[in-house]
Design a protein around this ligand. Structure first.
Ligand SMILES: O=C(O)C(=O)C[C@H](O)[C@H](O)COP(=O)(O)O
Length: 213
């Protein structure tokens, strides 16, 4: 179920929320562009309020919490009504808390040993972070050997130029990225450009839509 949901989302925009009304406008632009989910990281003081606001104002979007790094973070996002949480990494305490919590959780991994550790808690879908720095496509192909059941959402260093190559791999479910939600676009209120980048990311054409315009 989680795998299907993330596969449908195709690209998961990773948002670091500042101003709440700007985050609502950003979420609306992503939704207009065809995106079905948004990851709002717990990196800022306004993150939980932003999650609640987007859940309320843009109910069409699945609102995931990101940078959920501790058992306390798991409790905070469950309290906020979040049903999907992701982390750039994992500790045994985090894996235990997330396995027991009433939400879907995608732990971060960066090595075979970290996959083994997360599998011991029942997880099979992982955020590979930071994907490009770790080895990108080659690493994902290599991990497919010993871990044929493992599925990945590579994040970190993905771009309009490379994300389709990641999505084409059989063990990649979706890609995470921040290119369509760059802080410069949000600060400038460039919602049309954010919508365009979202639409381009969601397009299944092999040729990028922007190349024809
Ligand atoms: O904050 C988290 O929980 C993360 O997992 C990190 C983010 O996924 C990356 O910062 C996105 O990477 P870029 O697309 O290269 O900006």
């Amino acid at each position: 179920m989680l795998e299907q949901t993330l596969a449908a989302s195709r690209v998961l925009p990773v948002v670091t929320a500042g101003d709440i009304s700007a985050t609502i406008n950003l979420a609306r632009a992503l939704q207009r562009g065809g995106m079905t989910a948004i990851e709002i990281t717990l990196r800022t003081p306004t993150a939980l309020d932003a999650i609640a606001a987007v859940q309320r104002e843009v109910p069409e979007l699945l609102v995931a919490a990101g940078t959920v790094n501790t058992p306390a973070d798991v409790a905070r996002v469950v309290d906020a009504g979040v049903t999907l949480a992701l982390s750039p990494g994992a500790t045994p305490a985090l894996l235990q808390a997330a396995a027991e919590a009433p939400l879907d959780f995608v732990p971060g991994v960066a090595s075979a040993s970290e996959i083994l550790q997360a599998q011991a808690y029942g997880f099979e879908l992982f955020k590979l972070f930071p994907a490009v720095t770790l080895g990108g496509l080659g690493m994902l192909k290599a991990l497919g050997g010993p871990f044929p059941e493992a599925r990945f959402c590579p994040t970190g260093g993905l771009s309009p130029e490379n994300f389709r190559d990641f999505l084409a791999l059989p063990n990649v479910v979706c890609c995470g990225g921040s290119w369509m939600v760059a802080s410069s676009l949000v600060a400038g209120g460039d919602w049309d450009e954010i919508e365009r980048l979202a639409r381009e990311a969601m397009s299944t054409d092999t040729q990028r839509s922007g190349e024809n315009t």
